[in-house]
Design a protein around this ligand. Structure first.
Ligand code: NDP
Length: 331
């Protein structure tokens, strides 16, 4: 089946005319999405647990309520709180106010995909999941640019779920860039794969390169600068987006190009895929989600141990030294 990608012309803000959006959570995504929706002409109230963020929302011109009151007022409820706390908040503060025909919108497929939240059958259930951090959602809207999202209709109780999903995506500014249709499970799985397989594999290449070079006598500060701390890697990664992963090679010298291509060929015998697949299988089977739920129920012993252990590896010390040497924390 061909991939379906929605743009501005596919979405009509009119689908939400006369409806009230409740943005639940005024954090990274919540604040940016609420501001964007309002600037797109939609009616928004904010629901938040704590006083500080509620106060901020009020100062920024929103009617800010408790979560339960915001849900009661709304036709479309956007859950923009951390995924870990969402099932409990949903059960306690959201579910009672979700009358038939309302729409509940997620920015992550995790809780629905792994059965942590099971919205009632008479609700529209949609996903609008930005591929952009919260501040970027606002900045790119203000700059007139877009940011991509993954979108899904998980449940269509009213016959209007898709139109609502597209209107929300347009309202936050995402159809300017393009919204890829998929299932909530696919969104959750792709997200977790990037975090659990691709990210660690890339991190391993970085860490082992650094360890090798320092063991070979190169100054740690120089090694860190060379590998990533100069910002050249980040700059080049932006070129992957701007011109393409392969085409950006033209920005590098011929020596660099020849060396990269010829030596990449020599590494081709390393097949990471079986190991990456193990991680994907853990995700798809629900094993990771079950493990993570249990870890939270147990009070996060492994999580806290690993966070502590991060500071015990040599890279931590090298990094502190190099950051100080280059005065990075002063900039
Ligand atoms: P944040 O961590 O920024 O959420 C903070 C908000 O959640 C605050 O309003 C906070 O209220 C509220 N909150 C925290 N704990 C609780 C609780 N126990 N009960 C009720 N409210 C609580 O979340 P994000 O914006 O990062 O993520 C929101 C959603 O967006 C998630 O589903 C996430 O997966 C998704 N997403 C996030 C992206 C990102 O880049 N961050 C990208 C794409 C999707 P208070 O301040 O009063 O404590």
């Amino acid at each position: 089946m061909p991939t379906i990608i929605y743009h501005d012309e596919d979405a009509d803000l009119g689908a939400l005319a006369g409806e009230t959006m409740a943005v639940v959570g005024y954090g990274n995504q919540g604040r940016s999405q609420a501001l964007n929706l309002r600037d797109s002409g939609l009616r928004v109230v904010v629901g938040n647990i704590g006083d500080a963020a509620r106060q901020r929302a009020t100062e920024e011109g929103f009617e800010a309520l408790s979560i339960a009151d915001a849900v009661t007022r709304a036709d479309v409820v956007m859950l923009l709180i951390p995924d870990e706390v969402m099932p409990e908040v949903y059960e306690r503060d959201v579910k009672p106010g979700l009358k038939p025909g309302k729409c509940v919108s997620f920015a992550s497929g995790y809780n629905v995909a792994f059965g942590r939240i099971a919205p009632a059958a008479e609700l529209d259930v949609i996903l609008v999941a930005p591929r952009m951090i919260g501040p970027g959602v606002r900045d790119r809207y203000v700059d007139g640019k877009g940011f991509p999202s993954f979108v899904a209709v998980h449940q269509d109780a009213t016959g209007r779920a898709k139109a609502r999903m597209l209107a929300l995506a347009k309202g936050i500014g995402s159809t300017r860039s393009g919204c890829v249709e998929m299932t909530m499970a696919q969104e959750a799985e792709l997200d977790l794969f990037t975090e659990q397989a691709f990210g660690p594999a890339m991190g391993l290449a970085i860490q082992q390169s650094i360890e090798l070079l320092i063991a070979e006598g190169y100054p740690p500060e120089a090694v860190l600068l060379e590998i990533y701390m100069s910002g050249e890697l980040a700059y080049t990664a932006q070129r992957f987006v701007d011109t393409g992963l392969i085409a950006q090679m033209d920005f590098h010298s011929h020596t660099s190009q020849y060396g990269s291509m010829s030596r990449a060929a020599k590494l081709m015998d390393i097949d990471l895929r079986p190991r990456l697949r193990e991680h994907l299988d853990d995700i798809r089977s629900g094993r990771f989600a079950a493990e993570w739920t249990k870890e939270q129920e147990n009070g996060l012993p492994v999580f806290n141990f690993m966070r502590e252990a991060r500071t015990q590896i040599p890279l931590w010390e090298w990094e502190q030294r190099a950051r100080k040497a280059f005065r990075l924390d002063e900039k």
